[in-house]
Design a protein around this ligand. Structure first.
Ligand code: CMP
Length: 299
């Protein structure tokens, strides 16, 4: 007699997975489990580019499940409604019944169908009893959208505070904030090295940095200032100055929003060209109105 295989998706009810049903599942996790999930994301080629905050937010929404040996967690060709991180146990990845590899703790799987909106490319089944963390597609998408909106509105707020951008239009600020990338540093990391070439502008969104200068012919560095959240450095690089005149180092954990000169220039050029077109449109319609007025007055 052929033993019926358990299929992971059948372990849950047939209701579509919604934020409400998912919120009933426990997302509680130890610090060790959070660390493992985040390490798994950073190891994965497709997920490692998510921002730290996005990985943390997704991690917070993942819920635990366990599967017994033999359970088919993912069926090749099925729609991808979940992605997983393996915490304990071993899983086999197979395609056309040929084994491709064994997944180990700290591996992500099921992400291809989730990210590319396609069906699962392989089957994944439990070689041993295993413990998994699961993220549902809808929650993944909702969390990312929310994080990106928050990020955008926070970076718009930070950019609006910069005195040298006061004359730029709201549209240019929003475009620029859309191109700002988040970068993270740990204590002591050099963000800018005096004497090196640089083309990047930084705004501190979290943490503190120390700015130092080494005078010509001196060995020791002088601390010029400490900068914190909402303050900025490197703005000269945007206007074309290449050589860094100071060093900037992270004092603790730091997150900066950054933009390079080339991207900044492109964004500004687009905005200028849009506003020229706007001016052109306004003057054309003013001309048409004036023409119409002439026609009306001459009839
Ligand atoms: P997905 O296609 O959604 O579902 C099956 C998963 O197996 C796939 O995502 C990957 O996570 C994993 N997988 C597929 N092919 C490979 C491979 N060649 N090497 C490693 N993992 C794979």
């Amino acid at each position: 007699r052929v033993k019926k295989q358990t299929v992971f998706s059948e372990l849950f009810t047939s209701d579509p997975v919604t934020l409400t049903t998912a919120s009933h599942r426990s997302c509680d996790k130890s610090q060790e489990s959070r660390r493992l999930i985040q390490a798994a994301f950073r190891k994965n080629d497709l997920l490692r580019n998510l921002a730290e905050g996005e990985i943390r937010a997704i991690t917070a929404c993942m819920y635990r499940t366990s599967v017994s040996q033999g359970c088919v967690v993912i069926q090749e060709g099925a729609t991808g409604d979940q992605a997983f991180v393996l915490e304990e146990g071993r899983l086999d990845v197979t395609k056309d019944e040929q084994k491709l590899l064994t997944l180990e703790p700290e591996d992500v799987f099921g992400e291809l169908a989730l990210l590319y909106n396609c069906t699962h490319t392989c089957s994944v089944s439990a070689q041993t009893d295993s413990s998994l963390w699961v993220i549902d597609r809808k929650i993944y998408q909702t969390v990312l959208t929310q994080c990106r909106l928050n990020h955008l509105s926070y970076s718009v707020e930070l950019l609006r505070g910069l005195p040298f951008l006061q004359s730029f239009s709201e549209d240019a600020i929003v475009r620029m904030s859309d191109h700002m990338k988040e970068t993270n540093y740990t204590d002591g990391d050099f963000i800018i090295h005096q004497g090196a070439t640089g083309d990047t502008f930084y705004i501190i969104s979290k943490g503190k940095v120390t700015m130092t200068e080494r005078k010509l012919g001196h060995q020791e560095e002088t601390v010029l200032t400490e900068l914190s959240e909402r303050q900025w450095f490197g703005e000269k690089a945007l206007w074309g100055e290449d050589t860094q005149t100071v060093s900037v180092r992270a004092a603790g954990e730091v997150t900066c929003l950054v933009i390079d000169r080339e991207t900044f220039k492109n964004v500004m050029d687009e905005s200028v060209s849009d506003s020229h077109q706007e001016v052109q449109k306004i003057s054309e319609s003013t001309f048409e109105l004036t023409e119409d007025a002439h026609l009306v007055s001459s009839t």
